[in-house]
Structures are given as structure tokens and as C-alpha cells.
Design a protein around this ligand. Structure first.
Ligand code: AMP
Ligand code: ZN
Ligand code: FE
Ligand code: FE
Length: 287
């Protein structure tokens, strides 16, 4: 079984509609794919329907942007109840703050580049979760940079004077709410130091006390040494160990299925989902 537990569609900052992400999963020979858009479950229904047509099991998820002491922490959640009030409110709050933040960045960028909010909106599909990748696409469309990578290395970098942070929940609070909503929380790319500072092992301990159930270990932003260390940490804490592509369509070099999760771990994820989980992952188990 080939299982990839972290992908993005144009419901956030991927470049393909959810059904096309699932089609790409099928083309790559995947049996199971999780759709984990940033701070939204808007793509779930389309992805699950496409999975039924294409014979790919779709695991519904999200990637929740959190902040701890100014450090960016991404939390994956699988199979939570999307109607859970407090979790839905937390995700809505993040999405709203992302909009305000993107407008501020565009105002700053506009002074020097002429970039407008309309330029950015032209890159956003429907009410997708807005992120820097959409601003990057607008800079590409204006001919200011060749691709998203270059935009992130320059105008949009966390060190750029155009950068504005968005407010984001505390990871411990997010883990608790995910569990309350019947979901399975897994810490995304915990050691991706190329992106910026990372939290330490004691922070992971605290997240486990709050209910964290897994670590994403096999991810292209982790070195071999980082993976070995994270595997030790996971073994010591009895955590699930996942591997995933973090596919964004054409928006990033990550190829769907480039890192995989073992069938035992998928079983563990399904078994840990609470009764509030959508169909308790029925479409994932049955197909
Ligand atoms: P934001 O959440 O708006 O701060 O934007 C960060 C998102 O942009 C991350 O979730 C990544 O998926 C994406 N990203 C980060 N670096 C790059 C890059 N070099 N090229 C394309 N996308 C990137
Ligand atoms: Zn992204
Ligand atoms: Fe992430
Ligand atoms: Fe991601």
C-alpha cells in the first residue's frame, strides 16, 4: 500500500483543485492520500468524491498554522469533526487573520512594486485560505520574479521588510481541540529548520501531554540526521511516525508520493480517530 498523508489543493495554496490532487495521487500509484489544506476543510467533499471515482482512499485532514513563542508550528489533524464548534472557530480566526495580514503585506509591497490587492485576489480560488504563495503568484504574474521559490527567497521571506506575521493559535490549544473534535493530531515537519526556527524536544513532550499522537518524520525538509533523531523521539514517546510529500501541485517541487507512510501507521491513525470523526474514516477503511 502506498500512502501519502500531507497534500494541498487550491482550497489553500496548492495549484490543483481537490479532485485533481486525487487524480495525481492515482497517477502516482497511491492507494491512500490525505488532503490537508491550510486551516480549511473546504476541499474534503470534492476530494472524497473523486477518490470514490478513481479508487483512491481519501483521508480528510487539515494543516493548522500555530505559533509558539514566535516560532511557526504546523499541526496536521486527520478525521476531526469539521462541525466541532471551537475547532471551526479557531480555523476561521486564522483564516481571517491571514486575510488582514496578506492585505498589509500587499500594501507594503505595493509602494515599491505597484502590486495591488486585486492582483492577489486574481490568484486565489474562491474563498481559499490566503497565504504568501498567492502573493508570490501575483508577483510572478507581474513578471517581478520567475517562480514562488524566488518570491519566498526575496520579497516574501520572513526577514523581508515586507513580511507581516498573522496571528495563529497556540499549538497546545490546537492539539487539545483536535482531540476534542475526534481528530488525530500529528506534528508536521517538526525539524524543518530551513524554513526558520523549530520547537525543541521539550515542546514536543508538552504537546504529547496535551494529546499529540504522531510526528511527521519522512519529509523533504528533514535531513537524515533529523529523521533519525525524530524517530528516536517518537519511539520514546510512543508516537505514530508518518511520511508525506507536502505536495502543492506546481507550487512547490515536492512530488506527490515522494515520502510514504506505512499501512500500520495508517491503521493507528484510523483507530485513534474519535466517534465524532466523519464516518469514522469509513470511506478510508472500506474502499
Ligand atoms: P504563509 O502560511 O502564508 O506564511 O505561507 C507559508 C506557506 O508557503 C507554507 O505553508 C508553504 O507551503 C509555502 N511555501 C514556503 N516556502 C515556499 C517556497 N519556497 N515555494 C513555494 N511555497 C512555499
Ligand atoms: Zn502551503
Ligand atoms: Fe507546513
Ligand atoms: Fe503543508
Amino acid at each position: 500500500m502506498r500512502i501519502d498523508l500531507h497534500t494541498h489543493s487550491d482550497a489553500s495554496d496548492g495549484t490543483q483543485p481537490p479532485a485533481d490532487v486525487v487524480a495525481s495521487a492515482a497517477a502516482a500509484g497511491l492507494d491512500v492520500v490525505a488532503l490537508t489544506d491550510h486551516d480549511t476543510s473546504a476541499g474534503w467533499a470534492e476530494a472524497v468524491a473523486a477518490g470514490e471515482r478513481l479508487g483512491v482512499r481519501v483521508l480528510p485532514g487539515v494543516e493548522i498554522s500555530c505559533l509558539q513563542r514566535g516560532i511557526s508550528v504546523h499541526l496536521l489533524s486527520y478525521l476531526h469533526d469539521p462541525a466541532h464548534h471551537a475547532l471551526a472557530a479557531l480555523l476561521d480566526g486564522s483564516r481571517t487573520s491571514r486575510l488582514t495580514r496578506a492585505r498589509s503585506m500587499v500594501e507594503r509591497l505595493g509602494v515599491d512594486t505597484g502590486l495591488t490587492w486585486e492582483d492577489v485576489l486574481a490568484q486565489v480560488h474562491g474563498d481559499a485560505t490566503v497565504g504568501r504563495p498567492h502573493i508570490a503568484d501575483a508577483l510572478v504574474a507581474k513578471g517581478l520574479v520567475p517562480d514562488r521559490d524566488e518570491a519566498f527567497a526575496t520579497w516574501l521571506s520572513g526577514r523581508s521588510r515586507y513580511f507581516v506575521p498573522h496571528s495563529a493559535p497556540d499549538p497546545l490549544e490546537a492539539v487539545r481541540l483536535v482531540r476534542e473534535a475526534g481528530g488525530v493530531p500529528v506534528l508536521a515537519h517538526p525539524a524543518a529548520s530551513k524554513r526558520g526556527s523549530c520547537i525543541g524536544d521539550t515542546d514536543i513532550d508538552e504537546m504529547v501531554d496535551a494529546g499529540l499522537l504522531g510526528l511527521e518524520v519522512d519529509h523533504r525538509d528533514h535531513s537524515e540526521d533529523e529523521r533519525a533523531h525524530l524517530r528516536d523521539v517518537a519511539a520514546g514517546l510512543g508516537l505514530l511516525v508518518t511520511g508525506s510529500s507536502d505536495y502543492h501541485g506546481a507550487g512547490k517541487k515536492n512530488l506527490i508520493g515522494e515520502n510514504l507512510t506505512s499501512p500500520d501507521v495508517l491503521e493507528g491513525v484510523l483507530a485513534a480517530a474519535g466517534p465524532a470523526a466523519p464516518g469514522r474514516g469509513r470511506h478510508v477503511l472500506d474502499a
